[in-house]
Ligand binder design. Structure first.
Ligand SMILES: Nc1ncnc2c1ncn2[C@@H]1O[C@H](COP(=O)(O)OP(=O)(O)O)[C@@H](O)[C@H]1O
Ligand SMILES: [Mg+2]
Length: 261
């Protein structure tokens, strides 16, 4: 696997309590530019909570995280997104009744310059921006799948599960993130579809976004082995193992954590 040395993201001592429950406890790890890090651990281990903390959904109770050396902990979600951390959700956030384009535009809205007034009285400026957005949307969609471009006006209800996942990832990429967080992107798909999606993710990153780092939550260990450069394992909110897949696969504590599920 490629080695990447430039540090991109770091979290130190991240801790999050929900009442009496400690969902994250003293979690620290690094992510380098271009790296794909697998985040694993049994249900309830704290994986989604970690994503919620590093996207600003929940403030952490202790610790901090940085992107390119800049402290982002304490910022609001939209600020963190602007700084370069983008995500997809375990439960799809697509609007099923809207078209592929509309769903993508929702992700791109924050980067639009034209305001409401422009849409009413400065129509040429608005139109220019809208055309630019369609071009950008087509570019993103075609990076994943040329056929998705032809489905720009199709409602999400009428596209396949795997195309919905591709669309969600495109939407997260629309803000040009440095770090992309994918929370169980293959959930609800057949094993074949999930392999196809993972190959797409790896392929798109290699071809178009070499600097982009990805943290991927995934339960299928074959997928983790096949796609990730490194793995971080959580159990009861604590990091219990970290290293290459081979290192982590033999970790006794991790084996027991999965067996105890
Ligand atoms: N908003 C919340 N309020 C209370 N408890 C929560 C909340 N979010 C997560 N938890 C709890 O934190 C723990 C970790 O959950 P989660 O991060 O969703 O785990 P994972 O994604 O690894 O399955 C679980 O015990 C879960 O019930
Ligand atoms: Mg989760």
């Amino acid at each position: 696997m490629t080695t990447h040395n430039q540090e991109l993201f770091r979290c130190d001592n991240l801790t999050k309590n929900f009442g009496g429950l400690t969902a994250l406890q003293g979690v620290d790890f690094l992510v380098s530019e271009g790296e794909i890090v697998g985040l694993i651990g049994p249900n309830g281990a704290g994986k989604t909570t970690l994503f919620n903390v590093i996207t600003g959904v929940y403030p952490s109770d202790a610790g901090r995280f940085t992107l390119k050396g800049e402290i982002l902990s304490g910022l609001a979600p939209h600020q963190i997104k602007k700084k370069g951390i983008s995500r997809t959700f375990q439960q799809s956030r697509l609007v099923l009744g809207l078209s592929v384009y509309d769903n993508l535009f929702i992700g791109m809205l924050e980067s639009f310059q034209a305001g409401f007034v422009d849409t009413l009285i400065r129509r040429s400026r608005f139109k220019r921006e809208l055309n630019g957005a369609i071009e950008k949307a087509n570019e993103l969609l075609s990076q994943f799948n040329e056929e998705l471009v032809d489905r720009g006006f199709t409602t999400v209800n009428d596209i396949s599960q795997i195309d919905r996942r591709r669309l969600e990832i495109c939407r997260a990429l629309a803000t040009k993130p440095a770090l992309l967080l994918l929370d169980e992107p293959s959930a609800g798909m057949t094993p074949e579809e999930s392999i196809e999606l993972m190959n797409d993710i790896r392929g798109v990153q290699k071809k178009y976004y070499q600097q982009l780092a990805i943290i991927l939550v995934e339960h299928d260990m074959l997928v983790i082995e096949g796609i990730t450069d490194r793995v971080v394992a959580l159990n009861y909110g604590q990091k219990i193992a970290e290293g290459t897949f081979e290192d982590v696969a033999h970790n006794q504590e991790l084996k027991e954590a999965y067996l105890g599920q």
